[in-house]
Design a protein around this ligand. Structure first.
Ligand code: GTQ
Length: 348
């Protein structure tokens, strides 16, 4: 049993004033905030509806060029975290637009980035000397400190993807560095699927030694990931909470493709009524196929393709697909929780 903390009287207040002069504060006034009974996220469940924002996103193409913007992105900022450029407590998300003929100039930074392609087929990103064509549903990685530039064919179409970065986390760690490449585009040594051919068939080059923990596969094409879900479903794999859910892996280690963000793809077959679960992850979802619904804490959202929604730590999540098959891409801070021994899950 502990005693109840009283409202500070005048003498306590005076004491707080005295210690404040020496940059000290009384722990007992903030202990419950510093060491809460359970997570108290400031981020809130929220949804960005693509049908509502697509016109505005396209308008950004008239507001600024990719060359001037460096990256023409509308940040998806959590309403509970104003001014933070964050969609969850430690992750960033934004929708990036590149128009035909544009180059988003080459740079590198300590923040890692993932791309999940939303619409358009004529663009590419170059990562670490490999040019990677983008198609809707592809998951592409830009590991920490790798040169990357984006381009779009002169006779192409507007291309949009969802960016996910660990930028808020890197800011928290004061570990942000960035460099510009001297030219707009880095030299390309390999094109179109080189990393997949070398590492994507459960085989590895004979003398391959991993340089670091990052996946040697730079693109996970949608057809392959989608096929895996479909075939698993036909073989009867269905989890009562997740539907058919797989995580993308670094094939060399079985671990996460990049250090700080875990990516997933899941199928909710038509008629799926998921049971509620909660975890200590904060998660960003991007709808790939189908219309469905989700409950996150006290909020309910109906969603359709290309919508983005997010779920805070420890809020119950329930996924449903009453009308049709639904495919959801998602990413979370699971690797960090894992490393720190902080991952918890409750399934009802
Ligand atoms: O494509 O390099 O959404 O550097 C934010 C920062 C994308 C990128 C973002 C970036 C990038």
């Amino acid at each position: 049993m502990s005693a109840v903390l009283k409202q500070p009287d005048a003498s306590r207040q005076a004491y707080y004033g005295q210690i404040a002069k020496y940059h000290m504060t009384p722990l007992w006034e903030s202990l419950h905030l510093l060491v809460p009974r359970a997570p108290t996220p400031k981020m809130v469940p929220a949804i960005w509806r693509y049908a509502q924002l697509r016109d505005l996103l396209m308008e950004s193409g008239k507001v600024i060029s990719a060359a001037e913007a460096i990256r023409r992105v509308l940040i998806l900022e959590n309403p509970g975290l104003p001014g933070s450029s964050s969609i969850t407590s430690n992750l960033y998300a934004g929708l990036q637009l590149i128009l035909p003929g544009e180059i988003a100039p080459s740079h590198r930074h300590t923040q890692l980035a993932l791309r999940f392609i939303v619409e358009g087929k004529s663009a590419w990103t170059a990562v670490d000397g490999e040019r990677i064509p983008m198609s809707p549903g592809d998951y592409i990685i830009t590991p920490t400190w790798t040169w990357h530039d984006h381009g779009n064919a002169a006779d192409g179409e507007p291309v949009v993807w969802l960016d996910g970065l660990d930028a808020p986390l890197i800011a928290q760690l004061d570990a942000g560095f960035c460099e510009d490449y001297p030219e707009a585009e880095q030299p390309v040594h390999h094109t179109d699927g080189y990393s997949i051919v070398r590492h994507g068939y459960n085989m590895a080059p004979v003398r391959h030694k991993a340089k670091n923990a990052n996946s040697p596969i730079l693109k996970y094409p949608y057809e392959r990931s989608r096929e895996a879900l479909e075939r698993l479903h036909r073989m009867g794999d269905l989890d009562a909470w997740d539907g058919v859910k797989l995580r993308y892996i670094n094939p060399a280690t079985g671990g996460y493709p990049m250090a700080a963000i875990a990516p997933f793809l899941q199928l909710l077959p038509k008629g799926f009524k998921g049971k509620p679960y909660r975890t200590t992850e904060s998660t960003v979802f991007c709808v790939v196929e189908g219309r469905g619904s989700v409950k996150v804490g006290s909020k309910s959202f109906d969603y359709e393709p290309h919508d983005v929604f997010c779920a805070p730590s420890w809020e119950p999540v329930t996924l449903e697909s009453p009308h049709e098959d639904v495919v959801l891409f998602s990413f979370s801070n699971l690797p960090l929780l894992d490393t720190l021994g902080l991952w918890r899950e409750e399934r009802k």
